[in-house]
Design a protein around this ligand. Structure first.
Ligand code: ASP
Ligand code: MG
Length: 401
């Protein structure tokens, strides 16, 4: 007998029929004699709809009240799914984040889990109940409701799997695994049987849109065996785990991220300490910077460009603009119609041909590169957003066809 954590995303529980389909998958695991803990997201577009409702009332609602609102989405799903299982004659109980409790810090809308008290869940499992937990939500030390950030239900599932020492954490979604590119967009995308945490982490944070990146970070930290599977088809998925047989496949996937904006600080004096000042200002505002490029100084000035995610663009531009004098810079420019396209695979650093091949694919398609960054396991380029889907396709073709 094993303890299995299963997580079902919003598209898998979007309506009554799908909820019964999910109930069927849960029952399969339960009937095999497993203890089953289930995490669910809000149904379909519920979270987006709730955000739209909030905006009708208040353009800038407080994050605390947003969390009170958004957490209701998952509460609907846990109760309906429990009712479906009741109807099918199975013992079941639903729990919200605070009922577990899943304790987080107080950073509303981006809260991090601190501790999970497992006693309640364990006692329900002892009673042979299927336990259904609301994803994406928790409670801080003041008993205020918090949420973990968009896509956070994956993180709930992995955290529960770690806390309960589950044998596996199955993430069910509308694709049946992790692919070499988004299979909804690239028709020759191939499913991977397994992938390492590090590779998955890059693909998750680069916008492959399968798993929430914090869930993969947690899985790596606590060595949780994850598997990405289809909610609808009973086929093998992709295992995310530590050691993987070294297949001689250098590039594991191509990912695209549209959620990027570029900021350029123009005409900074070419002297020590300027980069420090720019990034110190950003760090103090908690703005995460990704790709950084500094031009070669000429006429005693230089430009520093960097990328941030879209929802930090305004703050970043403001803080730099307010400090133009301090920096001695001429102006700040920004653009948001850009995307980051990346190839990911362990062992890339020792193989310079890989980057060349990627750039060749872009050249053949006459796609211009604005910025490049490389690491141990990835090469990323910044390009115009309108070219991004085609870039993914031509790069994917180059490596996989
Ligand atoms: N319902 C939340 C969202 O749409 C959390 C999740 O689905 O994981 O972002
Ligand atoms: Mg998701």
């Amino acid at each position: 007998m094993s303890l299995v954590v299963q997580k079902f995303g919003g598209s898998s529980v979007a309506d009554a029929k799908k909820i019964f389909n999910v109930a069927g998958r849960i029952v399969d695991a339960y009937n095999e004699g497993n203890d089953v803990v289930v995490v669910v997201s809000a149904m379909g577009d519920t979270t987006d709809d709730l955000i739209a409702k909030a905006k009708e009332i208040n353009e800038k609602p407080s994050r605390r009240e947003m969390d009170v609102l958004l957490s209701t989405g998952e509460q609907i799903t846990i109760s309906l799914l429990a009712m479906a299982l009741e109807k099918m004659g199975y013992p079941v109980i639903s729990l919200t984040g605070w009922q577990v409790p899943m304790i987080t810090d107080s950073n509303n809308s981006k809260a991090r889990l601190r501790t999970i008290k497992t006693a309640r869940i364990m006692s329900e499992l002892d009673k042979k109940k299927i336990v259904i937990v609301a994803g994406f939500q928790g409670v801080n030390e003041l008993n205020d409701i918090t949420t973990l950030g968009r896509g956070g239900s994956d993180t709930t599932a992995v955290a529960l799997a770690a806390a309960l020492k589950a044998d596996v954490c199955e993430i069910y979604t509308d694709v049946d695994g992790v692919y070499t590119a988004d299979p909804r967009k690239v028709k020759n995308a191939q499913k991977l049987n397994d992938i390492s945490y590090d590779e998955m982490l890059e693909l998750a944070s680069l916008g492959a849109n399968v798993l929430h990146n914090r869930s993969v970070e947690l899985a790596k930290k606590y060595n949780v065996n994850m598997e990405v599977k289809s909610s609808f088809e009973k086929v093998d998925g992709t295992k995310v785990k530590e050691v993987r047989l070294v297949e001689k496949m250098l590039v594991r996937g191509v990912a695209k991220d549209d959620d990027v904006a570029r900021i350029s600080v123009i005409g900074i004096p070419d002297e020590p300490g300027k980069a420090y000042r720019v990034f110190d200002l950003l760090a103090k505002k908690n703005i995460s910077v990704d790709i950084i490029l500094q031009s070669i100084g000429r006429d005693n000035t230089k430009d520093i460009s960097f990328t941030v995610c879209m929802d930090q663009l305004e703050d970043a531009v403001n803080i730099i603009t307010e400090n133009l004098d301090l920096l001695g810079a001429k102006e700040v420019k920004s653009r948001s119609d850009i995307s980051k396209v990346s190839i990911v695979g362990a062992g890339m650093a020792s193989n310079p041909g890989v980057a060349a091949k990627m750039f060749e694919a872009l050249f053949d398609a006459q796609i211009n590169i604005h910025m490049i960054s490389t690491s141990e396991i990835k090469v990323s380029v910044l390009i115009n957003e309108k070219n991004a889907d085609r870039a993914v396709e031509v790069i994917h073709d180059k490596f996989f066809c």
